[in-house]
Design a protein around this ligand. Structure first.
Ligand SMILES: C[S@@+](CC[C@H](N)C(=O)[O-])C[C@H]1O[C@@H](n2cnc3c(N)ncnc32)[C@H](O)[C@@H]1O
Length: 262
């Protein structure tokens, strides 16, 4: 199948053309709870989840970035229902990560400001690639604590003397105009990913030349970052207008016209 292409169609059609065990990694933010009026909105969640399980390689990972709308005074819980459905059809819920927005839109009413979305990490079997992001350790050589000993002492799993440790599973990002991306055109789409989020997840779960798929490509963030990180990519986007926005955005970042529009 041709890569480096956004297919202007329902992602079910794109995945229908893919063989089994084809894609190394999926990162996406689906339309949720009709919270925004995307052009051509059409979302058959259960069919899409099953197709993702079919096309993802054994050891491949899906990062599903989602939050809940509040309808009639209650959060919908759709995100949890979706996570449990992914488990029912065979994925592991490998990790429930948090996308924390440092500067969310302030909200009125009797709730705290909505600061986060979920980043559910589903894997088909054990993830085949894990390149963790690290940060400096304070106490050298004590990076991985195992458990607390019977006398209350801290029992450390001895690891090689190290100055780095894995970061936590809450990832912090500043968002909004000029911050999520420098590409002005991307803001013609109402719900773009911060580029850094996509880069962090792609680097963690893939290696160079791996194939990345985004079934809800929107303004093309996943395509741009996958390209810049030397990964192959494919996308689907149902709205022609958004595909055109993504095309214009990507042309600036792909030297040899690697991007094929439709
Ligand atoms: C949350 S947005 C994705 C934004 C994207 N992450 C970005 O950084 O620009 C979801 C997108 O899914 C598209 N969409 C909705 N249903 C679809 C379907 N069945 N197949 C493909 N795209 C779909 C919408 O048009 C919308 O652009």
């Amino acid at each position: 199948m041709e890569t480096e292409k956004i297919h202007n169609e329902n992602c079910l059609i794109t995945m229908g053309k893919m063989p089994e065990n084809y894609v190394d990694f999926v990162i996406t933010s689906p339309p949720y709870d009709e919270i925004r009026n995307y052009h051509g909105y059409n979302f058959e969640f259960e069919e899409i989840a099953k197709e993702l399980f079919r096309v993802v390689k054994t050891g491949g990972v899906v990062v599903w970035v989602v939050a809940d709308a509040t309808i009639n005074g209650s959060e919908t819980g759709t995100s949890f229902k979706q996570a449990l459905f992914f488990k029912e059809i065979g994925f592991r819920l490998h990790d429930t990560m948090i996308y924390y927005k440092n500067n969310p839109m302030p909200q009125t009413g009797n709730r705290y400001h909505q600061h986060f979305e979920y980043m559910f990490v589903f894997s088909k079997g054990c993830p085949k690639t894990f390149n963790p992001i690290t940060e400096p350790t304070k106490y050298q050589g004590l990076a991985n604590m195992k458990n607390r000993g019977q006398n209350g002492s801290l029992d450390y799993e001895k690891v090689e003397r190290t100055t780095e440790k894995k970061v936590g599973n809450v990832f912090f990002y500043s968002v909004g105009g000029g911050i999520s991306t420098k590409d002005k055109i991307a803001y013609s789409h109402p719900a773009i990913f911060p580029e850094k989020l996509v880069a962090d997840q792609i680097k963690t779960w893939t290696n160079e030349k791996d194939l990345v798929y985004d079934p809800f490509m929107g303004s093309g963030t996943t395509a741009k970052i996958a390209h810049l990180l030397n990964r192959k990519w494919i996308g689907s986007e149902i709205s022609k207008e958004y595909v055109q926005i993504a095309a214009e955005r990507l042309r600036k970042h792909t030297a040899n016209n690697l991007f094929t529009e439709i």
